[in-house]
Design a protein around this ligand. Structure first.
Ligand SMILES: [Zn+2]
Length: 458
């Protein structure tokens, strides 16, 4: 279905996240040729001839949410790896099942993840650790079909280890250094900017212990030459600090800075185990951080110093991580957790107010993807990545302050309509670009197959 040439959304409470953070009651937004043409406080006279008109009284219109760290190949593992520590979680469940993936599993898992994301208001995402066996091309085609804004980060490695534990990765996931770099280059050239820029190809060096020092340096060089971006898990668990100290005499973030990977074109997920000097350094280098509060609490990785990182000047977005660590891809629920856990950690109810958390889920996420000029807020000239959240629900009525309702009380299932690049991908809660019934049926069948092929006991 092609995008309508013009869309008028009328009557919503518009949460712009613009530089003045304006909230407009009962205003209207006009979209023309995929871009926001008008944001007004009243009815739009110039929108009267719009091809599609959406009456949105009783709804909040927000910028599309940006998930800055998620695993497309993990939604098929939902419910397969609960109540385990990170290394056992990887070694006993996640990796053996992923090592049994076929390219069809990779495609179905990606489509299931995108179905959940778009229906809960996510319009853009960074899909990390795409391994060759999941089928990069098939996944990229699915992103284009779904019409989401997705950066696919090709996994890069030269050692099957994690931290100080050598060779714990199963054979089916191991990639040889030359091949992994070659494919990353090929994918960047083939997919970066495809479908009017919706699809991007990034590089994702594996966690400490999965790449040699030389390989990290090579990744920094490759990202520069291919004009692409880098994302990786960093300082997620205490083991990462022990490994980096033992092998390099540095903290994980000091090491990454030394190999030339810190900075505004890199996005680091988790960043839980940082020294005070690492926090300052992440701010000084204007590095991007993906905060994943569900994953960090479920896997007991610890509490990232998010208010401190923001204060230091780092750009912090939000991420759902994966189905085995979260167990959902619902950015609205993720916002609530991000808002509440730091209050308890710092014994300070004023820290991480709702407005800050909404910024993390929108404009900060866009900046982490290098897209802050294009998306992340509702402003004239930006691309129309827009979400309508239905506020007429028992858990959302009455409301006074819409941002607080969105962060503390809403759920992904309150999302009514989603536009990406001006194209309607969800309407009245139904996905229009993906076949929901087919994906749900296939997902259940494929998980059964994966568990039996991998021999994992769940
Ligand atoms: Zn992750």
């Amino acid at each position: 279905m092609p995008a309508p040439r013009s869309v008028l959304i009328e009557g919503a409470t518009i949460v712009t996240v613009d530089p003045r953070r304006r909230v407009i009651e009962g205003g209207s937004v006009l979209v023309k040729e995929g871009r926001i043409a008008e944001v007004s406080r009243t009815r739009s006279p110039s929108g009267s001839g719009a091809e599609l008109k959406i009456q949105a009284k009783g709804m909040a219109l927000i910028p599309g949410l940006v998930d800055t760290h998620m695993h497309l190949a993990q939604s098929l593992l939902r419910g397969c790896a609960d109540d385990l520590s990170l290394v056992d979680w990887l070694k006993k469940r996640v990796w053996p099942i992923q090592a049994a993936f076929t390219e069809e599993d990779g495609r179905v898992s990606a489509e299931l993840s995108m179905l959940e994301m778009m229906k809960s208001g996510t319009t853009a995402f960074v899909g990390v650790d795409v391994v060759s066996r999941y089928g990069f091309d098939g996944i990229a085609q699915s992103v284009a079909k779904a019409g989401m804004r997705g950066a696919l980060a090709k996994s890069i490695m030269d050692s099957p280890g994690y931290g100080r534990r050598g060779r714990i990765m199963p054979e089916g996931l191991v990639e040889e250094k030359g091949a992994t770099i070659r494919e990353a280059k090929l994918m960047a050239r083939k997919w970066n900017g495809v479908k009017d820029g919706l699809v991007r190809a990034w590089v994702a060096p594996r966690s400490l212990g999965g790449c040699s020092r030389e390989l990290y340096e090579e990744v920094a060089d490759l990202a520069q030459k291919e004009n692409t971006r880098v994302t990786m898990h960093l300082a997620e668990v205490r083991e990462d600090v022990r490994y980096a100290k033992q092998n390099f005499g540095l903290t994980p973030f000091e090491f990454i800075r030394k190999v030339g990977l810190a900075g505004p074109r890199s996005l680091f997920a988790h960043m839980v185990w940082l020294s005070e000097s690492d926090v300052r350094s992440a701010g000084r280098t204007r590095s991007n951080v993906s905060h994943c509060p569900s994953s960090n609490t479920k896997l007991a990785s610890g509490f990232a110093k998010v208010p401190e990182l923001l204060e230091a000047g780092a750009n912090v977005g939000l991420g759902c991580d994966g189905a085995p660590s979260n167990n959902s891809y619902d950015m609205i629920r993720e916002m609530k957790l991000a808002a509440v856990i730091h209050k308890a950690r710092l014994l300070d109810p004023l820290t991480m107010p709702a407005g800050t958390v909404l910024e993390m889920a929108t404009i900060n996420g866009a900046r982490a993807m290098g897209l802050e000029e294009e998306v992340g807020s509702i402003e004239v000239g930006k691309k129309a990545d827009l979400v309508l959240v239905d506020l007429r629900k028992p858990h959302l009525v009455p409301y006074r302050e819409v941002v607080s309702s969105l962060v503390y009380a809403a759920m992904g299932s309150d999302v009514d309509t989603v536009l990406v690049d001006g194209r309607v991908v969800v309407r009245r809660g139904n996905a229009l670009t993906l076949d929901e019934e087919k994906i749900l049926g296939e997902a259940q069948r494929r998980q059964d197959g994966l568990i039996s092929r991998s021999g994992v006991k769940v």
